[in-house]
Design a protein around this ligand. Structure first.
Ligand code: BEZ
Ligand code: FE
Length: 303
């Protein structure tokens, strides 16, 4: 007699018993783990991995291809390139982990992927300063407030900002020691902040390795929707890692390669005519520019 379940295609009762017995044996092997959380994670991982193999009836050739893929990911990974995080990103696993760990609280700003291009020790800029540091692109005035979920201003909140230039490169990809397109600033006593950045443009994630080859094999684009990264910290409040996206960017419809877009994070970047007066009187020598507003709400820190 053959049976089928939601997860397992048609197999004989005898075959099914063999497969299920193996799962129970492996699950039981973790029974005496002294760390209860580790035991839970390993047992659940075992059940899900076996369910996957049984559902797709994974061939031995496919198993080998998977091992080769992971080996290649290991080989390309070093202290600058992290192919396993990239894999997690393009599978939506990073965004799922972020969703699980950043529970919605009131109107708290939504979180999104961290990405590989954050660097510690970025320079400090004053309110109204410029993060570009020589990176090329259209100047963009960003303004907003930092508040908590009760609507109270968060004075002095630390705001880290980083982005790619108009050619889609972060400073760490230039191959020299330049620091550009990144900085931090502190909100004022009323939680307000302003700074100059560059209007974000779309760019691909690193796609010259196994993850890029996988995207190519399944005809998926490596391109990310245009975005500006933020990390906002303040005592007693949950650290927010997020981006803002550009309303009307066609890549939002096409699809962000790491599933980072949230509707609430899409902001209007209002184009300004060449020579239009700037909010702080900065002389842009007749260049066009843009402006956007991002009001940030921080959730309480977990108890
Ligand atoms: C980025 O935002 O730059 C990024 C995010 C995830 C993977 C690769 C790049
Ligand atoms: Fe990015």
């Amino acid at each position: 007699m053959t049976t089928t379940t939601q997860d397992t295609p048609l197999v004989s009762e005898q075959q099914r018993a063999v497969e299920e017995e193996l799962i129970e044996t492996v699950v039981a092997s973790f029974e005496h783990a002294p760390d209860a959380r580790l035991k839970t994670v390993m047992q659940s991982l075992t059940r899900h991995l076996h369910a996957f193999v049984r559902e797709v009836r994974l061939t031995e050739a496919e198993w080998s291809a998977g091992i080769e893929f992971l080996t290649a990911a290991g080989h390309i990974t070093d202290d600058k390139r992290q192919e396993f995080i990239l894999l997690s990103d393009v599978l939506g696993l990073s965004m799922q982990t972020i969703a699980v760990n950043n529970e919605a609280v009131g109107d708290a700003t939504e979180a999104t992927v961290f990405g590989p291009f954050f660097v510690e020790d970025a320079p400090e800029i004053p309110l109204g300063g410029d993060i570009a540091g020589g990176a090329k692109g259209q100047p963009c005035w960003i303004e907003g407030t930092v508040r908590d979920t009760s609507g109270r201003a968060v004075p002095g909140a630390r705001i880290e900002v980083w982005e790619a230039d108009e050619d889609g490169f972060y400073d760490v990809q230039y191959g020299d020691e330049r620091v550009a397109g990144r900085a931090y600033l502190n909100a004022d006593e009323q939680g307000n902040f302003t700074f100059w950045a560059l209007t974000p443009t779309p760019y691909p994630i690193p796609h010259d390795g196994p993850v890029g080859r996988m995207l190519q094999a399944v005809r998926r684009s490596p391109v990310r929707a245009s975005h500006l990264h933020f990390m906002v910290t303040a005592p007693g409040l949950r650290t927010l890692v997020t981006h803002i996206f550009v309303e009307g960017d066609p890549q939002i419809e096409i699809g962000d390669s790491v599933f980072g877009v949230k509707q609430s994070l899409i902001k209007r970047f209002e184009p300004q005519a060449p020579g239009a007066p700037t909010p702080d009187g900065r002389d842009l020598a007749g260049q066009d520019w843009a402006r956007a507003r991002f009001d940030i709400v921080l959730a309480p820190a977990a108890a």
